[in-house]
Structure formats: structure tokens, C-alpha cells
Design a protein around this ligand. Structure first.
Ligand code: HEC
Length: 117
């Protein structure tokens, strides 16, 4: 599933943000945050497959993605102002949204589409 590639990229970008926070490299975070907020999406055919599987949970799944988008956008805004404290708060919010979706959907997703675990 190409969602996995999307997720790997998100993981790398979030790691890069961690490194940039340590260096107070707000310019780099200004670049990375929109990539996280507006991450790539799987092709339409895969989206349809995922949405069909999600059924009535599709709204919940989508709302976690929108939380990531909002928090990462806020992180970018804070980075533009070199406001380290706010960057860290927004980073934490972003991670909480990643985690919330993973806790709800990762295992069933992997089981459904990869037949593992
Ligand atoms: C809307 C739901 C959702 C959100 C939000 C979400 N993820 Fe995921 N993520 C998934 C699902 C589903 C999987 C399992 C995909 C798979 O194993 O193919 C996954 C898997 C992953 C993986 C493991 C990929 C692998 O190679 O096994 C990483 C890393 C990851 N996500 C990072 C992130 C990060 C970082 C964020 C937040 C910036 C995030 N995800 C937000 C649904 C989400």
C-alpha cells in the first residue's frame, strides 16, 4: 500500500523537525511543517479501497489527519516567528495526532491489507 510510503516520509520529516528544534533551525522547520501538513496521499484507487474498508469510521480517520494538518500548520507559523516554545507545543500536538490515528487504525489496517499481526 502506498500509504506506507506516505507514512515513512512523514516519519522522516518529523525526525528532521526534532533535529532542527535542537539546533533552533526555525528556517528548516518553516520548510518542513507544510510538507507534514500537506503530505502526499495514496492514489485514488487506493483511497477508495481504504475508505471502503473504513466505512462509518472514515470521518474519524479523516479527522485525525485534519488534526495533523492543523497542528503542523501551527508549527510552521510558530517557526516563522522563531517562537521555539510554540514550535515545541505544536510539535507535541502533531505527534499526539499521529499517535491517536495509529492507536485507532494501524493494527487493523495492517491486518486488513497485509494480513500480519
Ligand atoms: C489518519 C490516520 C493516520 C495519521 C494521522 C498518521 N498515520 Fe502514520 N500510519 C497510519 C496507518 C494506517 C499506518 C499503517 C500503514 C502500513 O503499515 O502500511 C501508519 C504507519 C506509520 C508508520 C510506519 C510505516 C512503516 O513503514 O511501517 C510511520 C513511520 C508513521 N505512520 C508516521 C506517522 C507520522 C509521523 C504521523 C504524524 C505526522 C502519522 N503517521 C499520522 C495512519 C495514520
Amino acid at each position: 500500500m502506498s500509504l506506507r510510503t506516505v507514512m515513512e516520509k512523514l516519519g522522516h520529516d518529523m525526525e528532521a523537525v526534532t533535529g532542527a528544534i535542537s539546533k533552533e533551525d526555525w528556517a528548516l522547520i518553516t520548510e518542513l511543517a507544510p510538507k507534514i501538513a500537506n503530505h502526499a496521499e495514496p492514489p485514488m484507487s487506493e483511497k477508495v479501497q481504504i475508505l471502503t474498508w473504513l466505512g462509518s469510521d472514515a470521518g474519524k480517520f479523516r479527522s485525525f489527519d485534519m488534526q495533523v494538518q492543523a497542528a503542523a500548520t501551527e508549527m510552521g507559523e510558530a517557526a516563522k516567528q522563531a517562537d521555539g516554545q510554540r514550535v515545541i507545543e505544536a510539535f507535541s500536538k502533531t505527534q499526539q495526532s499521529c499517535l491517536a490515528c495509529h492507536q485507532n487504525f494501524r493494527q487493523p489496517f495492517v491486518k486488513r491489507f497485509y494480513g500480519e499481526r
